[in-house]
Ligand binder design. Sequence first.
Ligand code: SAM
Ligand code: ASE
Length: 346
Amino acid sequence: MSSTEDLNYPQILLQYRNGFLVSKVMFTACELGVFDLLLESEGPLSSDAIAERLGTSATGMERLLDACVGLKLLGVEIKSEGAFYQNTEISSLYLTKSSPKSQYHHFMYYSKTVYSCWNYLTDAVRDGRNQYERAFGVSSKDLFGAIYRSEEEMIKFMHFLNEYWSICGKDVIAAFDLSPFTLICDLGGGPGGLAQECISLYPNSTVTIYDLPEVVRMAKERFVPLEERRITFREGDFFKDPIPEADLYVLARVLHDWADDKCMQLLAKVYKACKPGGGVLVVETLLNEDKTGTLESKLYSMMMLVQTEGKERTPTEYNKLLTAAGFREIQVKKTGKLYDAILGRK
Ligand code: SAM
Ligand code: ASE
C-alpha cells in the first residue's frame, strides 16, 4: 500500500462515520428554531440569549451553535462581551420556516421518520423489506397505511414532498414541452407541489390531482389554494378504482414506491385510460445503467428499501415497464438535479 493511501483511507472513513452526526446537528438546530430566531432578531445574538429564548440549557446551546459555525450554517463574531452568532445566507434561505425555499419540513421528516427507519437498515437488508413494524410498531401490509400512521405524520410527509418541488419542480416540468397536453392527471399527486409548478409553466393546462381520499381532503384543506381553479381533485385508489381520462398522466415518485408487478398493473391501467396521442410523464431519480454515478440515487434506492415496497430504477428498467404497458417513443431526460423525467406516448 502506498503512503498516500495510508493517509487518505482513515480520513475518508472518518468523514463517512461522521455523516449522521453532521446531519443531526443541522436537524436539531432547525428543530429548536435557532435559524428562525436569528432571522427575526435585530442583530447577532449571544449563545446565552439564544438558549434563554429557546428554553434550552446554556451548555448544550453553545456547543450546538459552535458546531453549526463549523458547518458554515452560522457565522460568529467575537466581541469584548463574548461570541455573537448570526445566520449565513444558506441557512436564512433554506433552514428558516418562513422562507419560500424552506427545507424545514423536509429535514424534520429526515430527522424523525427517515432516521428511525434507518436505525433498522441491517434488518432491511437482511429481510429485503421496509421497517415500519420495527421502527414504529405499525403493520406494513398496507404501505400507505403505515406511512400515514397518524394525521400528524401524513401532514409531515406532505410538507416534505412539496418542499422538494419548490427547489427543483420547474426542472422536471420543463424537461419536455408539455404544452400540447392540456388535460393533465397527476396520479398520486399528493399535496400538489408539482401540479402548481405545472399550471404556472403551462397556462393552458388544467391538472387533476388523483390521490387517496384522506390525502385529497388534506391537500384541499392545507396545501392547494382554493382560488386555484385550474387544479381539481379526484379521490380514489389507483390500484382499485377507475382513473380519470387525460392527455397526460404524471407519475412523480410513485413508481419507486412499488415492486415491478404493481408498477405494471398501474401502467397498464394508465395506458388504457390515456387518450390516443396522449402520454405519461414519469418523474424519478434515475440510476446509471453501469452502476457508476451518483451516490445520491443509490442512497435513495436504500431509502426505498427501508421505507417502501419499491426501488430506484435505471432508464432501461423504466423503458421496459413503459413498453410492456404499451407506451412508445419513450424519451429520457436527465435534468442534472435530483429528479429526472421520462416521457412515453400512446
Ligand atoms: N407525486 C407526489 C410528489 O412527487 O410530490 C407524491 C409522491 S408520494 C411518494 C406517493 C403518493 O402516492 C402519495 O401522495 C400517496 O398518497 C399516493 N398513493 C399511494 N397509494 C395510492 C393509491 N393506491 N391510490 C392513489 N394514490 C396513492
Ligand atoms: C417516497 C419517497 C420517500 C416514500 C418514502 C420516502 C423519500 C423518503 N422517504 O415515495 C424521498 C427519497 N428521496 C429523496 C430525494 O429524499
